[in-house]
Design a protein around this ligand. Structure first.
Ligand code: GAP
Length: 513
């Protein structure tokens, strides 16, 4: 299926099966804001649980907090968000569409890199098994030319951004002949900076009210509470503070469904370390976070690291974990070594000391911070889009199946009486009562059994439990596994154990430890 069709399929499946709806749809929607439906909310909660437990429950030295969305306005002055949380924007005069200049350039460079990849793929076909792709990339003049060109453009663009030279930023776009994807024209306005924070007011009388911002990241709530947590939790460095919560950004180019939203959720963890040890922890967390992803069983080739070309002024190292979404590889998670920038800024702006006394060194210092930051909604999209599959079965028929990792599936088992009579619904409801305290299970008696299987395949239910006439006699049921579609007969009394082995979060967490 072509990339565009694949993506459209993901969006329509998410809607049709109660995962994600456009916000305020009856009023024609609110751009880049989405609501999670009955199945989406469950899947999202399960992803949160996997992240939270892997951070807070499995690490003795990481604790979790839940800070407010509002913070004192000086917070955002100190963090640099008031002055520097900007996107460079450019408008196309013909289509009247607005773009982020960096996205335009990155997409252009990605196309050049894809040309190199195509050359390598062609050569691989030509030379067969003995082909060495890495060698070809570093020796073939045409491939080397493409890669060099891509690197040169990025280098020039990053230098312009770092120097805040917006005239040069525009010149890169013009020199590269980048056209508007809508109008195809190269008729661009100048590049301008645009702050991404939403502001609001606190207080009932306008004159007395204070300007506030909706937080653009959850991290600052952690920095503001660093000393509270360290002291009350008697935390010893190295230690971490984790948090899951909403963040808000007035994104300009808000396309791509839940990939770039104006209201979204982040799962962030700040790890406070002794200065000088941050690079070691940075590498550790890169490895740990990739393991968290690969533990889900999603195809490893869908993930890759991308080291930042342009480091933020406060960082001394930064990498993204990129995921192959239906529209290509894009950032899913960031791992950043943020030095002591944030805590020092808050010391400066608040006048309060935010230091740690290190008993081993017998001295005070402001800790360094390594941060892991993942968008919950992006993780949802990664899991959901890679799970959605159309399969042609042996008999030539087709099925749509959402092959979610079992522990993340919204509904763990469906309990299906074969017919709506002869006492089968009663037995099915008894099974529901037996399972519902431990698992999120659903009773479903509507439609033919095959249709019910398909319905549950489509929302990713790992196991269907069918109650038939024999169940009345032998106290057994047929269970059908989602992925293999294999069926087996099992005693009703063993269902909790069977489900537990397959779908519980602890099995997933154990493979992580
Ligand atoms: N505290 C660091 C920080 O916020 P970031 O790279 O700006 O870093 C971290 O954001 C993660 O948050 C991203 O990797 C992405 O998964 C998610 N994210 C950022 N902006 C988003 C948006 N507009 N919509 C959905 N997710 C977003």
């Amino acid at each position: 299926m072509a990339q565009d069709d694949l993506f459209k399929n993901v969006i329509s499946h998410a809607k049709e099966y109660g995962f994600i709806f456009q916000s305020s749809e009856i009023y024609d929607g609110l751009s880049a804001v989405y609501d999670y439906g009955q199945n989406g909310a469950l899947l999202k909660n399960n992803i949160k649980e996997y992240w939270w437990k892997s951070m807070v429950q499995l690490h003795e030295n990481i604790v979790g907090i839940d800070s407010a969305i509002f913070a004192h306005p000086t917070t955002w002055k100190a963090s640099g968000h008031v002055d520097a949380f900007n996107d460079p924007l450019i408008d196309n005069k013909d289509s009247k569409k607005r773009y982020r200049a960096d996205v335009l350039v990155e997409d252009h460079v990605e196309k050049i890199r894809q040309k190199a990849d195509k050359e390598v793929a062609k050569a691989a076909k030509r030379f067969g098994e003995s082909f060495d792709a890495d060698m070809y990339r570093t020796t073939n003049p045409r491939v080397m030319g493409y890669l060099q060109k891509a690197d040169d453009i990025i280098k020039r663009f990053v230098t312009a951004l770092e120097a805040e030279d917006l005239v040069e930023v525009k010149k890169v776009i013009e020199d590269e002949g980048i056209a508007c994807p809508i109008s195809g024209s190269k008729n661009w306005t100048d590049v301008r900076q645009f702050n991404l924070m939403f502001s609001t007011k606190m207080g009932s009388v306008a004159e007395e009210s204070n300007d506030l911002y909706l937080r653009p990241e959850t991290a600052q709530g952690i920095f503001l509470n660093y000393l509270n947590v360290q002291k009350t939790g008697r935390m010893k460095i190295p230690f971490g503070i984790a948090q899951i919560g909403k963040a808000f950004r007035n994104e300009i180019v808000a396309r791509q469904f839940i990939f770039r939203m104006r209201e979204f959720e982040q799962m962030e963890m700040q790890f406070f370390v002794r200065p000088g040890t941050e690079m070691e922890w940075y590498e550790n967390w890169k490895t740990a976070r990739m393991k968290w992803h690969s533990n889900l069983g999603i195809d490893a080739s869908k993930y890759r690291f991308h080291d930042h070309d342009k480091l933020a002024h406060y960082a001394n190292a930064a990498a993204d974990i990129e995921f192959e979404f239906p529209f290509g590889f894009k950032e899913l998670e960031g791992i950043h070594s943020r030095t002591d920038f944030d805590l020092k800024q808050h010391e400066k702006f608040s006048g309060k000391k935010l230091q740690y006394f290190d008993p081993e060194l017998n001295k005070n210092y402001v800790p360094y911070v390594v941060e892991t930051s993942i968008g919950l909604d992006r993780m949802f999209l990664a899991v959901f889009s890679s799970a959605l599959q159309n399969e042609v079965l042996e008999d030539g028929s087709e099925r749509t199946v959402l092959k979610l990792p079992y522990a993340l599936a919204p509904v763990k088992a469906a309990i299906l009486p074969l017919v709506k009579k002869d006492g089968l619904p009663e037995v099915a409801r008894e099974i529901l009562s037996q399972l519902k305290f431990e698992f999120n299970v659903q009773y479903d008696e509507k439609d033919a059994i095959g249709k019910r299987y398909r319905r549950h395949d489509a929302i990713g239910t790992p196991i269907c439990i069918t109650v038939d006439h024999e169940s009345l006699e032998d106290k057994s049921v047929t269970i059908r596994h989602r992925d293999s579609m294999l069926q087996e007969r099992v005693p009703i009394e063993t269902l909790n154990q069977i489900l537990g082995n397959h779908v519980k979060m602890d099995s997933l967490l154990k493979t992580l430890d």
